[in-house]
Design a protein around this ligand. Structure first.
Ligand code: SF4
Ligand SMILES: [Zn+2]
Ligand SMILES: [Zn+2]
Length: 314
Protein backbone atom coordinates (compact mmCIF):
# COMPACT_ATOMS: atom_id res chain seq x y z
CA UNK A 1 0.00 0.00 0.00
CA UNK A 2 1.57 3.26 -1.18
CA UNK A 3 0.95 6.81 0.01
CA UNK A 4 -1.11 8.76 -2.54
CA UNK A 5 1.00 11.87 -1.97
CA UNK A 6 4.62 10.75 -1.78
CA UNK A 7 4.56 7.11 -2.90
CA UNK A 8 6.17 6.01 0.40
CA UNK A 9 4.87 3.27 2.68
CA UNK A 10 1.26 4.05 3.65
CA UNK A 11 0.09 3.58 7.24
CA UNK A 12 -3.61 4.20 6.69
CA UNK A 13 -6.07 3.38 3.97
CA UNK A 14 -9.12 5.63 3.53
CA UNK A 15 -11.63 3.74 1.39
CA UNK A 16 -14.11 6.64 1.23
CA UNK A 17 -11.39 8.80 -0.35
CA UNK A 18 -10.05 5.86 -2.35
CA UNK A 19 -6.63 6.73 -0.95
CA UNK A 20 -3.86 5.68 1.42
CA UNK A 21 -1.39 7.93 3.23
CA UNK A 22 1.93 7.79 5.07
CA UNK A 23 1.95 9.27 8.59
CA UNK A 24 3.15 12.78 7.59
CA UNK A 25 0.78 13.08 4.63
CA UNK A 26 -2.19 11.76 6.62
CA UNK A 27 -1.57 14.42 9.28
CA UNK A 28 -1.40 17.00 6.52
CA UNK A 29 -4.69 15.68 5.07
CA UNK A 30 -6.26 15.87 8.55
CA UNK A 31 -5.14 19.50 9.09
CA UNK A 32 -6.46 20.45 5.66
CA UNK A 33 -9.88 18.99 6.42
CA UNK A 34 -10.01 20.99 9.66
CA UNK A 35 -8.86 24.16 7.84
CA UNK A 36 -11.56 23.61 5.21
CA UNK A 37 -14.25 23.20 7.90
CA UNK A 38 -13.12 26.44 9.60
CA UNK A 39 -13.02 28.33 6.28
CA UNK A 40 -16.28 27.03 4.84
CA UNK A 41 -18.35 27.77 7.94
CA UNK A 42 -16.40 30.89 9.04
CA UNK A 43 -15.96 29.18 12.43
CA UNK A 44 -13.42 31.63 13.87
CA UNK A 45 -10.61 33.95 12.90
CA UNK A 46 -6.92 33.88 13.82
CA UNK A 47 -7.53 36.76 16.23
CA UNK A 48 -10.20 35.03 18.30
CA UNK A 49 -9.40 32.93 21.37
CA UNK A 50 -11.11 29.52 21.18
CA UNK A 51 -12.40 27.48 24.09
CA UNK A 52 -11.99 23.79 23.24
CA UNK A 53 -14.34 21.52 25.18
CA UNK A 54 -12.26 18.46 26.07
CA UNK A 55 -13.52 15.20 27.52
CA UNK A 56 -10.20 13.33 27.60
CA UNK A 57 -11.28 11.23 24.58
CA UNK A 58 -9.54 10.99 21.23
CA UNK A 59 -11.75 13.40 19.30
CA UNK A 60 -11.61 16.43 21.57
CA UNK A 61 -7.88 16.02 22.30
CA UNK A 62 -7.14 15.55 18.57
CA UNK A 63 -9.08 18.75 17.93
CA UNK A 64 -7.18 20.68 20.60
CA UNK A 65 -3.89 19.33 19.23
CA UNK A 66 -4.62 20.34 15.64
CA UNK A 67 -5.72 23.84 16.67
CA UNK A 68 -2.55 24.34 18.75
CA UNK A 69 -0.41 22.96 15.90
CA UNK A 70 -1.97 25.29 13.38
CA UNK A 71 -1.31 28.34 15.58
CA UNK A 72 -4.68 29.20 17.09
CA UNK A 73 -4.98 30.72 20.55
CA UNK A 74 -6.84 28.15 22.63
CA UNK A 75 -7.69 27.07 26.14
CA UNK A 76 -9.24 23.75 27.12
CA UNK A 77 -12.43 23.40 29.12
CA UNK A 78 -12.92 20.20 31.08
CA UNK A 79 -16.30 19.59 32.68
CA UNK A 80 -15.95 17.31 35.68
CA UNK A 81 -19.23 15.39 35.65
CA UNK A 82 -18.39 13.38 38.78
CA UNK A 83 -19.01 10.07 36.98
CA UNK A 84 -16.98 7.67 39.10
CA UNK A 85 -13.53 6.53 37.84
CA UNK A 86 -14.38 7.64 34.30
CA UNK A 87 -14.26 11.30 35.38
CA UNK A 88 -11.11 10.86 37.46
CA UNK A 89 -9.27 9.25 34.54
CA UNK A 90 -10.55 11.54 31.81
CA UNK A 91 -9.64 14.63 33.84
CA UNK A 92 -6.10 13.29 34.34
CA UNK A 93 -5.76 12.84 30.54
CA UNK A 94 -6.81 16.44 29.92
CA UNK A 95 -4.50 17.79 32.62
CA UNK A 96 -1.59 15.75 31.23
CA UNK A 97 -2.27 16.98 27.70
CA UNK A 98 -2.49 20.64 28.76
CA UNK A 99 0.62 20.48 30.96
CA UNK A 100 2.72 18.80 28.23
CA UNK A 101 1.83 21.57 25.77
CA UNK A 102 1.86 24.50 28.20
CA UNK A 103 -1.83 25.25 27.60
CA UNK A 104 -4.44 26.64 29.94
CA UNK A 105 -7.10 24.19 31.12
CA UNK A 106 -10.25 25.49 32.79
CA UNK A 107 -12.01 22.91 34.98
CA UNK A 108 -15.65 23.28 35.99
CA UNK A 109 -17.28 20.80 38.37
CA UNK A 110 -20.93 19.91 37.89
CA UNK A 111 -21.05 19.18 41.63
CA UNK A 112 -20.11 22.82 42.38
CA UNK A 113 -22.67 24.30 40.01
CA UNK A 114 -25.49 21.82 40.61
CA UNK A 115 -24.84 20.74 44.19
CA UNK A 116 -24.39 17.10 43.14
CA UNK A 117 -22.47 15.06 40.53
CA UNK A 118 -24.30 13.68 37.47
CA UNK A 119 -25.24 10.25 38.92
CA UNK A 120 -26.95 12.05 41.85
CA UNK A 121 -28.55 14.65 39.61
CA UNK A 122 -30.11 11.84 37.62
CA UNK A 123 -31.65 10.33 40.75
CA UNK A 124 -33.31 13.64 41.56
CA UNK A 125 -35.10 13.74 38.20
CA UNK A 126 -37.07 11.42 35.95
CA UNK A 127 -34.78 12.31 33.05
CA UNK A 128 -32.38 9.75 31.57
CA UNK A 129 -28.79 10.35 32.76
CA UNK A 130 -27.60 11.58 29.36
CA UNK A 131 -30.39 14.12 29.19
CA UNK A 132 -29.50 15.72 32.55
CA UNK A 133 -25.82 15.47 31.65
CA UNK A 134 -26.24 17.01 28.17
CA UNK A 135 -28.25 19.89 29.59
CA UNK A 136 -25.62 20.53 32.29
CA UNK A 137 -22.76 20.36 29.77
CA UNK A 138 -24.36 22.85 27.36
CA UNK A 139 -25.10 25.24 30.21
CA UNK A 140 -21.66 25.05 31.85
CA UNK A 141 -19.83 25.26 28.51
CA UNK A 142 -21.61 28.45 27.57
CA UNK A 143 -21.28 29.95 31.04
CA UNK A 144 -17.54 29.25 31.10
CA UNK A 145 -17.05 30.75 27.62
CA UNK A 146 -18.96 33.93 28.53
CA UNK A 147 -17.30 34.32 31.95
CA UNK A 148 -13.77 33.73 30.66
CA UNK A 149 -14.20 35.87 27.53
CA UNK A 150 -14.20 33.24 24.76
CA UNK A 151 -16.56 34.09 21.88
CA UNK A 152 -16.51 30.56 20.49
CA UNK A 153 -16.61 26.99 21.83
CA UNK A 154 -15.17 24.19 19.69
CA UNK A 155 -16.26 20.60 20.30
CA UNK A 156 -14.78 17.36 18.98
CA UNK A 157 -17.89 16.01 17.20
CA UNK A 158 -16.78 14.05 14.14
CA UNK A 159 -18.49 12.86 10.96
CA UNK A 160 -19.75 9.66 12.61
CA UNK A 161 -21.27 11.62 15.52
CA UNK A 162 -22.96 14.09 13.24
CA UNK A 163 -24.28 11.44 10.85
CA UNK A 164 -25.70 9.45 13.80
CA UNK A 165 -27.44 12.53 15.24
CA UNK A 166 -28.84 13.34 11.81
CA UNK A 167 -30.07 9.76 11.43
CA UNK A 168 -31.91 9.96 14.77
CA UNK A 169 -33.41 13.35 13.95
CA UNK A 170 -34.61 12.16 10.54
CA UNK A 171 -36.06 8.92 11.96
CA UNK A 172 -38.30 10.99 14.22
CA UNK A 173 -38.56 14.03 11.93
CA UNK A 174 -37.43 16.35 14.68
CA UNK A 175 -37.64 19.53 12.66
CA UNK A 176 -36.41 21.80 15.49
CA UNK A 177 -33.30 19.68 15.90
CA UNK A 178 -32.81 19.47 12.12
CA UNK A 179 -32.85 23.25 11.88
CA UNK A 180 -30.10 23.40 14.52
CA UNK A 181 -27.97 20.62 13.00
CA UNK A 182 -24.96 22.46 11.69
CA UNK A 183 -21.16 22.44 12.00
CA UNK A 184 -21.40 26.06 13.19
CA UNK A 185 -24.09 27.65 15.35
CA UNK A 186 -24.10 31.43 15.46
CA UNK A 187 -24.53 33.52 18.58
CA UNK A 188 -27.97 35.06 18.80
CA UNK A 189 -27.51 36.80 22.16
CA UNK A 190 -24.59 38.67 23.78
CA UNK A 191 -24.46 35.96 26.48
CA UNK A 192 -24.42 33.06 24.01
CA UNK A 193 -21.07 31.84 22.62
CA UNK A 194 -20.86 30.44 19.09
CA UNK A 195 -20.53 26.66 18.89
CA UNK A 196 -18.45 24.98 16.18
CA UNK A 197 -17.43 21.46 15.21
CA UNK A 198 -14.18 21.64 13.22
CA UNK A 199 -13.88 17.80 12.96
CA UNK A 200 -17.23 17.25 11.22
CA UNK A 201 -15.46 16.36 7.94
CA UNK A 202 -13.36 13.61 9.59
CA UNK A 203 -14.52 10.15 10.57
CA UNK A 204 -14.05 8.56 13.98
CA UNK A 205 -11.47 6.21 12.47
CA UNK A 206 -9.56 9.17 11.07
CA UNK A 207 -9.51 11.07 14.38
CA UNK A 208 -8.40 7.87 16.16
CA UNK A 209 -5.57 7.47 13.62
CA UNK A 210 -4.55 11.12 14.03
CA UNK A 211 -4.55 10.83 17.84
CA UNK A 212 -2.45 7.66 17.61
CA UNK A 213 0.06 9.09 15.12
CA UNK A 214 0.43 12.28 17.20
CA UNK A 215 1.09 10.22 20.34
CA UNK A 216 -1.90 11.67 22.19
CA UNK A 217 -2.66 9.91 25.46
CA UNK A 218 -6.45 9.70 25.65
CA UNK A 219 -9.04 7.75 27.62
CA UNK A 220 -10.22 4.72 25.68
CA UNK A 221 -13.07 3.70 27.98
CA UNK A 222 -16.48 5.14 27.28
CA UNK A 223 -18.60 6.82 29.92
CA UNK A 224 -20.44 4.01 31.81
CA UNK A 225 -23.77 5.66 30.95
CA UNK A 226 -23.07 5.48 27.20
CA UNK A 227 -23.94 1.74 27.12
CA UNK A 228 -27.18 1.08 25.32
CA UNK A 229 -27.54 4.69 24.16
CA UNK A 230 -29.66 5.07 21.04
CA UNK A 231 -26.91 7.09 19.38
CA UNK A 232 -24.64 4.03 19.60
CA UNK A 233 -27.27 1.84 17.92
CA UNK A 234 -27.57 4.45 15.16
CA UNK A 235 -23.79 4.50 14.74
CA UNK A 236 -23.73 0.73 14.37
CA UNK A 237 -26.36 0.84 11.64
CA UNK A 238 -24.40 3.51 9.79
CA UNK A 239 -21.16 1.51 10.25
CA UNK A 240 -22.78 -1.43 8.45
CA UNK A 241 -23.87 0.83 5.62
CA UNK A 242 -20.40 2.37 5.39
CA UNK A 243 -18.79 -1.06 5.21
CA UNK A 244 -20.91 -2.01 2.22
CA UNK A 245 -20.73 1.37 0.60
CA UNK A 246 -17.73 3.54 1.58
CA UNK A 247 -18.70 7.20 1.72
CA UNK A 248 -22.31 6.51 2.78
CA UNK A 249 -22.00 8.51 6.03
CA UNK A 250 -20.30 11.38 4.25
CA UNK A 251 -22.98 11.49 1.54
CA UNK A 252 -25.78 11.31 4.11
CA UNK A 253 -24.44 14.20 6.23
CA UNK A 254 -23.05 16.38 3.47
CA UNK A 255 -26.12 15.83 1.30
CA UNK A 256 -28.28 17.06 4.16
CA UNK A 257 -26.09 20.11 4.84
CA UNK A 258 -25.85 21.08 1.17
CA UNK A 259 -29.25 20.11 -0.21
CA UNK A 260 -31.82 19.65 2.53
CA UNK A 261 -30.97 21.77 5.55
CA UNK A 262 -32.52 24.89 4.00
CA UNK A 263 -35.99 23.28 4.22
CA UNK A 264 -35.74 23.24 8.00
CA UNK A 265 -34.26 26.69 8.56
CA UNK A 266 -36.61 28.76 10.66
CA UNK A 267 -38.46 25.64 11.95
CA UNK A 268 -37.43 26.79 15.38
CA UNK A 269 -37.80 30.46 16.16
CA UNK A 270 -37.03 31.30 19.75
CA UNK A 271 -36.46 34.52 21.61
CA UNK A 272 -33.65 34.38 24.10
CA UNK A 273 -33.67 36.23 27.39
CA UNK A 274 -31.75 36.08 30.66
CA UNK A 275 -32.75 33.59 33.34
CA UNK A 276 -34.33 35.32 36.33
CA UNK A 277 -32.25 33.18 38.70
CA UNK A 278 -28.75 32.88 37.16
CA UNK A 279 -28.71 35.45 34.35
CA UNK A 280 -27.68 32.94 31.64
CA UNK A 281 -29.59 32.75 28.35
CA UNK A 282 -32.86 30.86 28.19
CA UNK A 283 -36.08 30.74 26.22
CA UNK A 284 -38.33 30.87 29.30
CA UNK A 285 -38.25 32.86 32.50
CA UNK A 286 -36.09 30.36 34.39
CA UNK A 287 -33.51 28.24 32.57
CA UNK A 288 -33.61 24.43 32.50
CA UNK A 289 -30.38 24.22 34.50
CA UNK A 290 -31.79 26.29 37.37
CA UNK A 291 -34.99 24.20 37.35
CA UNK A 292 -32.92 21.02 37.55
CA UNK A 293 -30.79 22.54 40.30
CA UNK A 294 -33.95 23.29 42.24
CA UNK A 295 -35.11 19.64 41.89
CA UNK A 296 -31.74 18.45 43.17
CA UNK A 297 -31.91 20.79 46.19
CA UNK A 298 -35.44 19.64 47.01
CA UNK A 299 -34.40 16.02 46.87
CA UNK A 300 -31.39 16.68 49.08
CA UNK A 301 -33.62 18.40 51.63
CA UNK A 302 -36.09 15.49 51.55
CA UNK A 303 -36.29 12.51 53.91
CA UNK A 304 -33.94 10.38 51.79
CA UNK A 305 -31.19 12.99 51.80
CA UNK A 306 -29.09 11.66 54.67
CA UNK A 307 -28.65 8.14 53.21
CA UNK A 308 -28.19 9.38 49.64
CA UNK A 309 -25.59 11.93 50.67
CA UNK A 310 -23.56 9.12 52.19
CA UNK A 311 -23.09 7.19 48.95
CA UNK A 312 -22.53 10.17 46.73
CA UNK A 313 -19.70 9.36 44.41
CA UNK A 314 -17.58 12.21 43.06
S1 SF4 B 1 -22.68 9.16 27.90
FE1 SF4 B 1 -24.33 10.39 28.78
S2 SF4 B 1 -23.78 10.60 30.95
FE2 SF4 B 1 -21.95 9.96 29.87
S3 SF4 B 1 -20.85 11.85 29.38
FE3 SF4 B 1 -22.14 11.35 27.61
S4 SF4 B 1 -24.02 12.47 27.97
FE4 SF4 B 1 -22.94 12.42 29.91
ZN1 LIG C 1 3.33 10.26 1.96
ZN1 LIG D 1 -30.71 29.87 35.25
Amino acid sequence: MKCRKCGGQAVLELPRHNAAFCSADFQEFFRKQVAEAIRKHKMFTREEPILVAVSGGKDSLALWDVLIETGYETAGLYLDLGIFDYSVESKAKCEGFAAARGQKLIVERVADAMGAPIPEVQKATRRPTCSACGLSKRYLMNRAAVEHGYPVIATGHNLDDEAAVLFGNVLHWQTDALSRQSPALASTHPKLARRVKPLYRLSERETAAYAFLRGIDYIVDECPFAKGATSIAHKQILDRLEEQSPGAKHNFLFGFLEKAKGYFDGAESVTLQQCAVCGQVTTGEICAFCKLHDQVKRRQAGPLSSTREGDRHE
